[in-house]
Design a protein around this ligand. Structure first.
Ligand code: NCD
Length: 325
């Protein structure tokens, strides 16, 4: 019996013994994307029911470790773990021993001593999630590392695109704004390419890194796309003292997404947090064209699917696992 492991009182099937992480979109194949999106769809159906909690991950432990501020990502991971009946703790840098100078290594080793099944981590340094993955026996999910990767955001964006367009291939997405400091953009461009869609980057030269996707410095380039994906100025990731745009007012005039710039039939997405009136006008954010709250809803079921996928094998069987008591 050396190749079977008892976790939470359940004998796990062999496939679950293989330890996997979600650190980058490059960890994913097209099949992985389809499997995760299908699981998310099943979980979305389960969330329509009166009893939203599923016993699927009962006895599992999910630790959320957030070294950077977060509203959507941290709340959705916590709720996702709870809806699947896992035990979950969310730790934030402020109020934890990180404030007392504890290193990422010591925090990771300390939390690993609880033998968690999953560690979800957000950190300002690129490579932090991978660093933790090398130190712990848990599966690690990258919830954003510096300006490097944010794979769970890319998956929830794909889920939102499929719900809206009924397909993932052949879509044109303009990513507008501060791409240079955006892990969301880096992950999304890769994810769109993986499923047969295209990104174009639109913004001032200083905010568009070369070599990721075709670029345009003219906002008119958004005219023909299916989706305008708007990013905020991520000033906390900019080098201190560097001026990437002459002023926010000037940026808004040239690149801000206003109702006049959105063509009928086009959709607008934004990972949040939105700075209304800077990169995106409030009336567009609140309009029918906006998928922003769809993205938030997708975040919950896609993160349920990611936790499920990392911890179990086989297709999701929501019917079979619904609590009857
Ligand atoms: C993004 C992030 O943290 O990278 N937000 C998110 O996860 N929803 C985008 C941002 O901070 O602008």
């Amino acid at each position: 019996m050396t190749d079977l492991r008892l976790v939470g009182g359940q004998l796990l099937p062999p496939a679950t013994r293989e330890r996997r992480h979600l650190l980058s979109v490059s960890d994913l194949t097209r099949d992985d994307v389809e499997r995760i999106l299908a699981a998310a769809r099943s979980f979305a159906d389960s969330q329509e029911r009166e009893t939203k909690k599923l016993p699927t991950l009962r006895g599992r432990v999910v630790l959320n470790v957030f070294y950077e501020s977060s509203t959507r990502t941290s709340s959705s991971f916590e709720l996702a773990a709870k809806r699947l009946s896992a035990d979950t703790v969310t730790l934030r840098a402020s109020g934890s021993s990180v404030e007392k100078g504890e290193s990422l290594k010591d925090t990771a080793l300390t939390l690993s001593a609880y033998d968690p099944d999953v560690i979800v981590i957000r950190h300002p340094e690129a490579g932090a999630a991978e660093f933790v993955a090398r130190l712990t026996k848990a599966r690690v999910v990258n919830a954003g590392d510096g300006k490097h990767q944010h794979p769970t955001q890319a998956l929830l964006d794909l889920y939102t695109l499929r719900s809206t367009f009924g397909r993932l291939d052949g879509l044109q997405v303009a990513i507008v704004g501060d791409v240079a400091h955006s892990r969301v953009a880096r992950s999304l461009v890769q994810a769109l390419n993986l499923v047969g869609s295209q990104a174009i980057l639109v913004g001032p030269p200083a905010l568009l890194p070369p070599g990721i996707a075709p670029v345009s410095h003219d906002i008119a380039a958004i005219a023909d796309v299916d989706v305008v994906y708007v990013l905020r100025m991520q000033r906390e990731r900019m080098l201190e003292g560097a001026n990437f745009v002459p002023s926010l007012g000037e940026y808004s005039r040239q690149y801000g997404i206003t109702a006049a710039r959105v063509r009928p039939g086009q959709f607008v997405m934004h990972p949040g947090p939105v700075n209304r009136g800077v990169e995106l006008d409030g009336d567009v954010a609140d309009s029918e064209a906006s998928l922003i709250l769809e993205q938030v809803r997708a975040g919950l079921v896609v993160r349920m699917a990611i936790l499920y996928d990392l911890l179990t094998a086989g297709p999701v069987a929501v019917e079979a696992t619904v609590e009857t008591a």
